[in-house]
Every structure is written in structure tokens, then in C-alpha cells.
Design a protein around this ligand. Structure first.
Ligand SMILES: C[S@@+](CC[C@H](N)C(=O)[O-])C[C@H]1O[C@@H](n2cnc3c(N)ncnc32)[C@H](O)[C@@H]1O
Length: 400
């Protein structure tokens, strides 16, 4: 799942995304990776085992490599989706939701948070989990990547309750122009039931997604934009897995935060994003987490200290299939600092900003951790000051 800037930049990057996804090439594995365990910083994904290695390829396009065993293996065609692999090795939606609820209670309170907007949602796994947690809940997901959104509909939405699709609105578009984002069609046969009426900012019940379509098979005569819908005012807007790093300029970050604030309920709401950092995060690094059927590899290219930019690539090595899904995801990121984010949230109009940080294990310590290791056991703490470390993760909460 990828990223971007504004206008021209977005256009260009979106094209790049499609190029990335477009073609998977099968090449011999003579360039078999050699892994050199080194002391690596552990910041990111809070979820990785470390290893280091030589640069794999100049070509950052998505590709599948196979090894010599692959021809003999009947499972070679059985390659799991990169989205499934990502969800299994990167995301922890239950943990995120429990913190979202805690933050809402602390900084808003007085009601149960029901309406979530997941910006940069990718396959909207968090939204799906949110809907599962309470039948009154609704979710709005927004992302530039139509392939990820389609995959969500095929694979995540149908795992919710039967009414799941009616409580989830997925929009394809840019977080910098959310109202221009277009609704993604659900290819379901049932009529659209009413979404639970919600208080919007004016205290008026929100309309169903499209009341004119109730009782009839879903057919969308034309493209529908987010601005065409009266969505419930959101209690929480979130941007996870460091997605705000996809925005490269201060102007973009402030604009995005203004849109997030605008989506929040005037009776109170929060914006929550995450960020990583630490001394180990500002250099090249390669981290690896091993799961029973595959290995997830996080690769951070060199870190430019002037622009604070880096390129992240995610690779998956499939054990049974003897294949490597290289550059399955690739991002150009600006690694924002905590005070920069705070300033931008305040400039956008948020009333207060809070940092919840957890120390991550030093890279040396997690060199050979399997799976998620024990990084998820460490709790985030509300802090006003935090001494620099090898690696940390943060939730940043903006209170509307
Ligand atoms: C790092 S992934 C995060 C996906 C998901 N939120 C998660 O928690 O794993 C970043 C996502 O942001 C999307 N994205 C990047 N720039 C965007 C933009 N300007 N507007 C909307 N989506 C964007 C990408 O398509 C990608 O799905």
C-alpha cells in the first residue's frame, strides 16, 4: 500500500503504484538473497526480526522470484495475495481499536465511539474489525489504491456480519481532497439496508448511503463522490501504519489534518495516527519476521537527513512455494518528528495533542525473534517527555 503528495505529485505516484502492481515477473533465483544478521534498529513495524543483506536489486518494481525447488512443488501456483500476507504480518487491528477506545474515553468521553474514519485504509482491515466489535458501528475507509479497496470488499467485508457492507463506506481517492473521493461499488445482491441513524454535526440524523436505492439491487448509475453523501459525523479519524509519512510537505500535512478535523463530530472527537522513530530509524535497515509459512521483510533504504526521506520496501518470502514476492509494497516516506506533527495538528485547529509512546526493543535484542515476538506486550504510555532511544513507536492523539 503506497503513498503521496499533492496534485502533480499524486498523479505521478498513483501511476507509479499501478506500475508496481501491474506485472509480476518470474525470474530465476540465482540472485538468491544472502542474509547477514547485523545489529539493526527495530523501530518500524514494531514487528520484525532482524537481518541485513546486500541490496537486492535496483529495480523496485513488484516481482515474484522462484527458486530451483519451485518447479517440483505443486503449490507454486498457490501464491497468497500480498494483501493477505500484509494483514497477517503487519497489522494488529484489535490492539489499535482498544487504544482508540481508551483515547476516546479519556479525551472525549460521555458516549461510546461508534463512527470511525480510517484514512489511508488500504484493505480497511481496521474498519472491518471495528464493525465486528459492535453492530451499531459504522466505518468510512479512504485510500488511493483501488486494488486494495477491491480486495477488502472480496476478502474482509464478507467476514463481517451480513449487514457489514451497509455499515462500511469505502472511498477511492486522495486524503488531501476527500470530498472528491468516489464510492467503491459493492457487488452484492441484497438491497442496501438503512445505516443506523447517527447524529451529525447539526444533530440531524444522517441519511442512508443512498436512500433512493433501498429495496432494489445495487446499481450505481454514475460515479458518486464523498461530498454527495451525508455520512455520520465521525467520533474517531485514524491514519495508521505510519501513513502520514506518505505526505511530504508541511502544507500537505496541515491540509490533511484540517480535513480530518472537519470529519469529526462537533460534539467531540479525536484524530489518532502512529509514528516510529529512534536512532536506529534514521539509517538503512532491513528487518525480518518469520511466520510459519512465510517471512516478512522490511527494507528501509538510506535515510536523507536533509529531507528526512526514505524509501520503504516490503518483501515476502514464501516458504512452501519457494518464492519471493519482492517489493510487494513500496513507499516514499518523510519521517516526521513528533514536534512537527504537534505543530501541524495545532495549526490545523486541534485543541490539544497527546503523545503515547512505547519503547521498542533495541535492534540487537530482536535479531532472531519469530513472528511478532513480544513487542506487542509493551504498553504505550502517556508522556510529556521521552528520552531518545534506539527505537520507539508512538500514537499521536489530536483532540478536536
Ligand atoms: C503504509 S500503507 C497503510 C495501510 C493501512 N492503513 C495499514 O494500517 O496498514 C499506506 C496506505 O496509504 C495509501 N495512500 C498513500 N497516500 C495516500 C493519499 N494521499 N490519499 C489516500 N491514500 C493514500 C496507500 O495506497 C496505502 O494503502
Amino acid at each position: 500500500m503506497g503513498k503521496h503528495g499533492k496534485k502533480q505529485k499524486h498523479k505521478h505516484q498513483h501511476q507509479h503504484q499501478h506500475q508496481r502492481r501491474g506485472r509480476a515477473s518470474y525470474i530465476s533465483e540465482e540472485e538468491q538473497e544472502q542474509e547477514y544478521p547485523v545489529s539493526l534498529p527495530s523501530s518500524l513495524a514494531s514487528k520484525l526480526t532482524l537481518s541485513d543483506k546486500e541490496n537486492e536489486s535496483e529495480d523496485e518494481g513488484e516481482k515474484i522470484e522462484e527458486d530451483d525447488e519451485s518447479d517440483k512443488n505443486p503449490l507454486t501456483s498457490d501464491i497468497p495475495s500480498k494483501f493477505l500476507l500484509y494483514q497477517q504480518s503487519v497489522q494488529s487491528p484489535k490492539g489499535d481499536i482498544s487504544y482508540l477506545q481508551k483515547f476516546f474515553l479519556m479525551y472525549v468521553g460521555g458516549r461510546v465511539p461508534l463512527h470511525l474514519q480510517e484514512d489511508f485504509c488500504g484493505t480497511a482491515l481496521l474498519s472491518a474489525e471495528w464493525l465486528c466489535s459492535d453492530p451499531r458501528r459504522t466505518a468510512v475507509g479512504l485510500d488511493l489504491d483501488i486494488e486494495a479497496l477491491d480486495w477488502c470488499i472480496e476478502n474482509n467485508v464478507n467476514k463481517i456480519r451480513a449487514d457489514g457492507y451497509s455499515r462500511l463506506s469505502l472511498f477511492h481517492g486522495n486524503v488531501l481532497q476527500p470530498l472528491e473521493a468516489t464510492l467503491v461499488k459493492f457487488e452484492c445482491q441484497d438491497p442496501i439496508p438503512d445505516i443506523t441513524p447517527k447524529d451529525n454535526e447539526d444533530g440531524i440524523d444522517a441519511l442512508p448511503l443512498d436512500s433512493t436505492l433501498q429495496g432494489s439491487p445495487i446499481t450505481f448509475p454514475k460515479v458518486k463522490f464523498m461530498k454527495d453523501y451525508q455520512l455520520p459525523a465521525r467520533d474517531i479519524v485514524c491514519a495508521f501504519n505510519y501513513s502520514c509519512c506518505c505526505l511530504h510537505t508541511r502544507q500537505e500535512l496541515v491540509l490533511y489534518f484540517k480535513h480530518a478535523l472537519n470529519a469529526l463530530n462537533r460534539k467531540g472527537g479525536i484524530f489518532v495516527m502512529d509514528l516510529y522513530g529512534g536512532t536506529s530509524s534514521e539509517c538503512e535497515l532491513r528487518l525480518q519476521r518469520r511466520f510459519p509459512n512465510f517471512t516478512y521483510v522490511w527494507e528501509q533504504a538510506g535515510f536523507d537527513i536533509i529531507q528526512r526521506k526514505t524509501r520503504i520496501s516490503l518483501h515476502f518470502n514464501l516458504t512452501k512455494q519457494h518464492k519471493k514476492l519482492r517489493h510487494a509494497f513500496s513507499y516514499s516516506w518523510r519521517l516526521w518528528s513528533l514536534p512537527e506533527v504537534k505543530d501541524c495538528l495545532e495549526d490545523a485547529g486541534f485543541r490539544s495533542v497527546h503523545f503515547w509512546i512505547r519503547r521498542m526493543p533495541d535492534s540487537e535484542e530482536i535479531r532472531s525473534v519469530e513472528g511478532f515476538g513480544d513487542s506487542r506486550d509493551t504498553k504505550y504510555e502517556d508522556v510529556a517527555s521521552f528520552q531518545q532511544r534506539d527505537s520507539w513507536n508512538a500514537y499521536i492523539v489530536g483532540v478536536a
